[in-house]
Design a protein around this ligand. Sequence first.
Ligand code: CP
Length: 316
Amino acid sequence: MNYTSIKEIDSLKKWVKEALKIKKNPLKNKKLGKNKTLVMLFFNSSLRTRLSTQKAAINLGMNVMVMNFGSEGWTLEYEDGTIMNQGASEHIKEAAEVVSQYADIIAIRAFAGLVDKEKDNAETVMNGFLKYATVPILNMESATGHPLQSLADAITMEENKTKHRPKVVLSWAPHPRALPQAVPNSFVEMMQLQTEMDFVITHPEGYELNPEITKDSKIEYDQDKAFENADFIYAKNWSNYKEYGKITNSDPNWTITANKMKLTNNAKFMHCLPVRRNVIVTDEVIDSENSIVIQQANNRTYSAQLVLQKILKKVA
Ligand code: CP
């Protein structure tokens, strides 16, 4: 069993329930991971993913090895049949097979480069490991998805919903740097698995996510209108998908402010973090009692623990 996309979940409702059970008693399965090793490979920076996934593995009694592959590993070649006389020192084939001998599960973080859309959509790093590794693969944020984050988001919404059919709004917000679409992609895919929530995406015109992911999810270009009666506001920046990886809008009117939150049904504020204060969201909103970003980050542990637990039960 791999976990590379939130779409691999058979029943989101069931998984969220199981994660909440783990949260109540996180050390219950302390023996499940005994003598099993999680190898975590980071091609990009992380705070939450690194520590929460490690914490989850420790809760399950696993050994954990972490490598900052991006700065410390050999540069990898992903194409088959290449004459490797340029920059890459090692082929993914050997690297993945070798790491598999040290690991029972390999977790990988490898962001989009945001230069070549086709290459990013091909998920070169994740798919390279999936092809050549001989142990299960866990996605800790790839070029196009962040399924551990969106599972944590689902857990957090379940804990905070106050009515049967809450309205959830994914809102684009400005950012000075070009960011990948992985988090909003997985959030959209997770919302498509929700059967008892209304979902709206709001962003400036031209900032549409990959239509193969958004499918028939509702898009409202008027942010104020989208916020009306919302129960959850999920803020996130992403760079332009059509003009791939570019920043074509940095309008501060899209920043989440207290006045915008007044349009909602006393909505909870969510963001995956890290967040740029007073760019994405004002201090007033993120510091308000409606902000659940810290709880959201805490739930990353239980999202990872649930997935690791399921994989361990399969490989046992
Ligand atoms: N939300 C998230 O994945 O945080 P990190 O990038 O710090 O891991």
